[in-house]
Write a protein that binds this ligand. Structure first.
Ligand code: FAD
Length: 448
């Protein structure tokens, strides 16, 4: 029996992050029990409340590698997305590749499939117990007492050694931490929300594969991600106060809105199907959460959305949560499984990066819905592309830094600020050079 096998770990939430964290701890031989308030996601018809599919990128893939799931997931369950396909208002489409030189791409994967694969993996560990329909309702931090409510309305009390709070953006673990001294917390809902539409892929009507499709319309946008079973998950992001104008209007208004702003999209979907989805749909809010620290004493730690929920515009929420597992793993090795130190160091090592990706994700919304249509943005992308081609190790564009490397998010932000300054100085020098040349040419003409 290893010393790890004597340590009882409770993981709250069997979402993507809780499930992966459980795999990591199980690999080291800890005695792991997961508690999930919902039923088993693999048995659900639909996954309500959250996006149907997710873009998986480098940080997520690296974490999945540790438990040997990266290849099977990528090869069997994902659709690659090599770039953005922009649908302009005039019907003209153009592709902006993500990483033209290193050929890196994002992978679109169904939330249900991904979560299901992780749960199936967990079932194979003899040292893991899975409890569905167990909702955490109370915590006593000093005695480490957790109280759960089951579907039969029974109360179950457990006393674990270590608790990982992976219970998502509206975390109960975090809600209890808020009452503790020296725990800092802030949350903000952005003014924009989202609404999902399924687009079946018929033989006559297809979107160009291998892309994340975007219909940027200034203050709002529609996006489409491919699914393995050949339909597209489309998400309309727009200000929350504009949704009732569409969702609560009549059939004609709905069609006229989509025809006006997304004409080529309407051509791809049966109008009755579109109207049915819109009428029965619901706009969902987007929240951004920051807190500090992530740990309490030597026994509680927040991870994933529970610690740092972010808006989804960089496709990094789950990837950042998976990267939490990689950081946890590094710390377990660095501090020889001294969990007290590991938990404290996790807060120190992770918070600044989580805050940086939160800011970058907010910025990316403006880029996706508005900047991608502007000439200045496209020029900036061209300069990035040239410099990236000449100096592939030194000049990596921001999107590639975030999505295709594991450089800390804070460092990515700093590198991008430095790149902005370099380009700004280059433009000033270039303008000065043109000005001086013109001056010399004109004066020499005049003096003749
Ligand atoms: P969750 O997925 O929220 O899982 C938490 C789990 O805890 C749930 O199963 C819940 O039932 C359970 N739980 C909650 N309360 C309790 C309780 N009291 N007791 C027991 N269990 C409990 N991320 C990406 O990386 N790429 C993307 O492309 C992407 N797209 C997104 C699109 C949208 C529209 C949205 C909203 C988010 C997107 N995200 C994306 C973010 C991603 O969904 C989250 O970051 C990810 O789901 C976080 O995983 P998690 O396990 O931390 O939390």
């Amino acid at each position: 029996m290893t010393s790890q096998s004597k340590v009882k770990i409770a993981i709250i939430g069997a979402g993507p992050v809780g499930s992966l964290c459980a795999c990591f701890m199980a690999e080291y031989g800890y005695d792991v029990t997961i508690f999930e308030s919902r039923t088993d996601i693999r048995l659900m018809q639909t996954t309500t409340g959250r996006s149907i599919n997710l873009a998986l990128s480098e940080r997520g893939i690296k974490a999945l590698q540790f438990v040997g799931l990266d290849n099977i997931l990528i090869e069997e369950l994902t659709e690659p997305m090599h770039g953005r396909m922009i649908h302009s208002t005039d019907g003209h489409n153009y592709s902006i590749p993500y990483d033209i030189f290193k050929k890196k791409c994002l992978y679109s994967i169904s939330r249900k499939e991904l979560n299901g694969v992780l749960l199936t993996k967990l079932e194979k560990y003899p040292n893991v117990k899975l409890n569905f329909s167990y909702k955490l309702v109370d915590i006593d931090f000093s005695s480490k007492k957790l109280t759960f409510q089951t579907v039969e309305n029974q109360q179950v009390i457990i006393l674990p050694d270590i608790v990982f709070g992976c219970d998502g953006a509206h975390s109960i673990v975090r809600q209890h931490m808020i009452r503790l001294p020296m725990f800092n917390y802030s949350q903000s809902y952005i003014n924009h929300g989202y609404f999902e539409i399924n687009l079946p892929n018929t033989k006559e009507n297809v979107l160009t594969p291998g892309h994340l499709h975007i219909w940027p319309r200034g203050t709002f946008m529609l996006i489409a991600l491919p699914n393995k079973d050949s339909f597209w998950t489309c998400t309309l992001f727009m200000p929350m106060d504009k949704f009732p104008l569409i969702l609560e209007s009549g059939k004609e208004e709905i069609l006229s809105f989509f025809n006006k702003h997304f004409k080529d999209f309407v051509n791809l979907i049966d109008p009755e199907n579109l109207i049915r989805q819109v009428i029965s749909g619901k706009a969902r809010t987007l929240i951004s959460i920051k807190c500090n620290p992530y740990h309490v004493n030597d026994s509680f730690l927040l991870m994933g959305d529970a610690a740092h929920a972010i808006v989804p515009f960089y496709g990094q929420g789950m990837n950042a949560g998976f990267e939490d597992c990689t950081i946890l793993n590094q710390l377990l090795n660095e501090y020889d499984h001294d969990l007290k130190t590991v938990l404290r160091m996790f807060s120190l090592r992770r918070i600044e990066d989580a805050e940086a990706i939160s800011d970058l994700a907010l910025y990316n919304y403006i880029e996706m819905r508005d900047l991608v249509t502007r000439k200045s943005f496209l020029w900036r992308k061209k300069i990035d592309k040239i410099l990236y081609k000449w100096f592939p190790q030194k000049w990596i564009p921001l999107h590639s830094l975030v999505s295709f490397t594991t450089i800390g998010y804070k460092q990515c932000k700093l590198i991008n600020q430095w790149q902005d300054q370099v380009i700004f100085r280059m433009l000033i020098l270039f303008s000065l050079f043109i000005g001086i040349t013109l001056f010399i040419v004109l004066t020499s003409i005049i003096l003749k």
